[in-house]
Design a binder for this molecule. Sequence first.
Ligand code: DC
Length: 213
Amino acid sequence: MIIAIDGPAASGKGTLARRLADHLGYALLDTGLLYRAVGMKVVRAGGDAADAEAAAEAARNLAAGELEAADLRSDAAASAASKVGAIPAVRAALLDFQRTFAAHPPGAAGGAVLDGRDIGTVVCPDADAKLFVTASIEVRAERRLKELRARGLEAIHSRVLQEMKERDSRDASRAVAPLEPAKDAFVLDTSALDPDAVFAEALAFVKARGNRR
Ligand code: DC
């Protein structure tokens, strides 16, 4: 079974993806990490994440170990990821890895959960269950602010909100694989839901889809 979870930053999709994968015993791929690793590889080499050639080269040569880098959760990595994600050659270079993971999950798991921006629309258009997890920009900025502060980082609300707006608009307006719900996705607005409620709704949907297979 393949479960595709898409949505904007801080919508709760990462937490949901992890909980579903743990609960069902499925393999999990956070595809944002691939884009973050590519973006940081370019930036660390002194380049610009928007440089199509450098980014495509970094994507083609990405090694599994590079997904473990400590700085991939930073806002700098998020911003670099969003920039390399707008480059068609980068997306093309990462496609095979994602599709192979979905079709043949590691550890012979009975299924795979992939979370990102274009899983239900481009990477796995035939996924068994597609979820589009979203929340208002204010709620998402507030969540990101709390997360940053919990990690001991200084963060200013207006700055976090502004960066999130920029990333949303770049991810949604790009020409290739823009952030949008697949036509057959279950849209889950988490603005007023806690993680347990989100998980319960998503699991009920996934089970209903599973029963139809
Ligand atoms: O999910 P995330 O916040 O880790 O993603 C970081 C950026 O990577 C996001 O702003 C856009 C890009 N991305 C993408 O273009 N396609 C994906 N499937 C996942 C992430």
